[in-house]
Design a protein around this ligand. Sequence first.
Ligand code: CMC
Length: 392
Amino acid sequence: TGQVTLDTGFVNTASCVSSITYIDGDQGILRYRGYPIEQLAEGSTFLESSYLLIHGELPSASQLAEFSGKIQHHTLLHEEMRRFFDGFPRDAHPMAVLSSAVSALSTFYQDSLNPFDKEQVEISTIRLLAKVPTIASYAYKKAIGQPMLYPDNSLGYVENFLRMTFGVPATPYEIDPVAVKVLDMLLLLHADHEQNCSTSTVRLVGSSQANLFASVSAGVNALFGPLHGGANQAVLEMLQQIHTDGGDIQSFVRKVKNKEAGVRLMGFGHRVYKNYDPRAALVKKAAQEVLGRMATPDPLLDLAMQLEEIALADDFFVSRKLYPNVDFYTGLIYKAMGFPTTMFTVLFALGRLPGWIAQWREMINDPETKIGRPRQVYTGYGARDYTPIAAR
Ligand code: CMC
């Protein structure tokens, strides 16, 4: 009761207090637990930053070895879980398969669903981080009709994922160290972003004391949409379409400005960043490096850079403070690595996983947490009398 304030899209409403991630949207600053994203991208790894997000401090060498070792140990999926993938149609979107599989983890690990048991939360944390790459690669293998590969626990986190995704039993898989390094950095850049749509979803679901797997699978579904994580797939489809239509960027930009049929410049704009997205700057640099190594350069990179240049000089985008976001250049790198567009958002989910987990844990441990239950401004009918069907 009391005064209800309408805030569509929660533009001005803080839903929690958090000490995990700091964003200054006007200055383009992003920090995990106080550490600037640029320094982490340069010096840290995805697993080290995951530890940082989840536990609050950078790990010592032995803490990191223990954390990584536990994750390595849990990469295998339950054999029944492997069969779970057979039930989906071949052309299922891997994000839909991923969210279903994450949800299904709560059927296999009923021993660790109590949100208030610290040990159970810890083992669920490890299982999620360990098994989601396996699930993601199986979703891909299912789609292309190749056999699923068991994880190889002698490999590092990203190496293992790349091998399960692109390897086949018939030939030894050769690991490309540049791909490993770049993908590790991209996952790190996606690892947390405070109260975005999927993270808020994870917290909201978790606020009902639903278990970690259930909460994270809801987060995967929130990420699926094209205005959120699905944007990386949408960017590449947009670039491909402009390319197929003859590369006329100006006419595409005109369509966006005229708001024709809701056409947006995908990979541009952000609720919080009203300046360059610091992640986009790092991704752009990586895209130029990775694509620069290719024998035949991808014409879509050039197109993307021209599109960015044109948009940043156009008053429509400037006045609305629309800059490239993290999704603008990532797809080009994923494509160069051999991922199909439908896997792009799955890669985002892999990256965001530690953030969802850290935020869920912060929420569950916060004594101030209440069940998330927004109010509304009702605009429907006042009271009226029911009429029997014969009288309508
Ligand atoms: N292209 C064209 N116009 C845009 C765009 C865009 N990408 N983004 C915003 N606008 C316009 C919008 O039409 C509105 O104009 P007007 O004032 O004339 O009505 C104005 O800019 C403000 O937009 P908004 O929709 O009110 O802003 P928002 O904070 O609600 O939305 C956003 C943020 C990210 C959903 C939006 O910018 C967008 O749809 N971008 C394209 C999708 C995208 O790249 N999403 C990824 C976001 S970053 C990572 C992630 O979360 O996955």
